[in-house]
Design a protein around this ligand. Structure first.
Ligand SMILES: *Cc1c(COP(=O)(O)O)cnc(C)c1O
Length: 403
């Protein structure tokens, strides 16, 4: 039979404990530590009301691609609001964050170009680079020396693009954003940061600060500063001043409407000319139906809420430090997490699955993260904290792990 291989290969995954199944969200009384609804906006009454109003006014779908007749007034409103919030000239929304990355990256680079990327970048970024046909140069996680060597090795390529997550989705640590952007400027390379988990919670200044603090090698930073003296003679953009410049931003910022904003969809922020180019070149924008009216309206309402109400963000950050400190105190390896994403590294796949199951019997939901999402010995439980957790929820998790 031509399809026999499916059962055989599936069985192999099952034997290795790597088989995945879609699951329904656990019962309501389960304490959920796996949600990306960081500020609780997905169920906020004002967000729901905005979606309902859009539903009444525009119906259930955009009914055509954006370039045909699928652009409704909420789309440009949302795009303007996103651009303003992120302090870019323009923005463009896509039906998902995954599609944003596919479309944006293939619009920027192709065969004959080079992409330099952190090893722990999100799968959608890796897929996008593969689809683009550009040559991929990967550097060790947050290693500025390796990143710089990769930039040197790519000088002969036509166009060059450096890609990083701003907040890494499986380790919960921040990229050394400022240093990477200084390198990009020095080597004349385009920069793109995937802000999916940080958007609405951590701004680029905080990310840069955390990035530096998290970086145990201070060497690369000194090196960057030393070299700047040498190049400042020829170059008007001296790296030292660039490091002190809070305005240093990635050329492109991509993100999702589906995490903190609690909706569905993705977006890219950049200069107007880059956005216009993406509109013309991104196939996952051109050949797909526009973002649903309800999704766009919900995201816009959520964005406005998070700009006016800062309490949930403060609560989230407080909850996150409580959990990080509690876990570290108990001797768990939380890697370099300094955010609301807090992993505990366990290594072994069977042990990780067993611990996840045990927690579930205690009413706590935190799925095991295993290959191919993480490397073979990188199995972990990954807790994501939200503003909706209470202090006693965090204590309950810590208590359950104690046993
Ligand atoms: C979730 C995520 C995406 C994909 O976003 P969707 O809107 O869920 O498709 C892209 N990049 C990163 C880093 C993510 O965490």
């Amino acid at each position: 039979m031509t399809l026999n291989w499916v059962n055989k290969e599936s069985q192999k995954l099952k034997d290795e404990s790597r088989w995945r199944q879609v699951r329904q969200i656990p019962k309501r009384d389960v304490l959920n530590f796996s949600s990306n609804n960081y500020l609780g906006l997905a169920r906020h009454p004002r967000v729901i009301a905005a979606a309902q109003q859009a539903l009444q006014e525009w119906g259930t779908g955009a009914t055509a691609s954006r370039l045909i007749s699928g652009t409704i007034p909420i789309h440009p409103q949302l795009e303007t609001a996103l651009a303003q919030y992120a302090e870019y000239e323009a923005a463009l929304v896509f039906p998902s964050g995954y599609m944003t990355n596919l479309g944006v990256i293939t619009a920027l680079v192709g065969a004959g170009d080079a992409v330099v990327m952190d090893r722990l970048c999100h799968a959608s970024l890796i897929d996008a680079v593969k689809l683009s046909g550009a040559r991929l140069f990967v550097y060790a996680h947050k290693d500025l020396n390796e990143a710089e060597r990769a930039l040197q090795r790519t000088v002969s390529y036509r166009r060059r693009l450096l890609i990083t997550d701003s907040l890494f989705s499986m380790d919960g640590d921040f990229a050394p954003l400022k240093e990477l952007l200084v390198l990009c400027r020095q080597y004349g390379v385009m920069s793109l940061a995937d802000d999916a988990h940080a958007f609405g919670i951590w701004n680029t200044t905080e990310i840069s600060e955390f990035g530096i603090r998290n970086l145990d090698l201070m060497k690369p930073i000194e090196k960057v500063q030393d070299d700047s003296k040498a190049i400042s003679k020829q170059s008007s953009t001296n790296r030292q001043s660039a490091i002190g410049n809070p305005q240093l931003m990635p050329d492109l910022l991509v993100g999702t409407l589906s995490k903190t904003l609690g909706s569905q969809g993705g977006f890219v922020c950049a200069s107007q000319s880059i956005i216009d180019w993406i509109i013309n070149k991104a196939r996952s924008f051109i050949y797909t139906t526009g973002l649903a009216p309800t999704s766009a309206a919900a995201a816009l309402a959520a964005l406005r809420l998070l700009q006016t109400d800062h309490l949930p963000r403060e609560k989230l950050k407080k909850n996150a430090s409580l959990l990080r400190e509690g876990l570290a105190e108990k001797g768990f390896d939380i890697l370099k997490s300094s955010s609301q994403i807090v992993p505990i590294l366990l290594g072994d796949i069977e042990f990780t699955l067993a611990l996840s199951k045990t927690l579930e019997t205690k009413g706590i939901y935190a799925p095991a993260i295993r290959p191919p999402t993480v490397p073979k010995n990188g199995c972990r439980l990954r807790f994501s904290v939200t503003a909706e957790h209470s202090e006693s929820d965090i204590e309950r998790l810590l208590g359950a792990l104690n046993e």
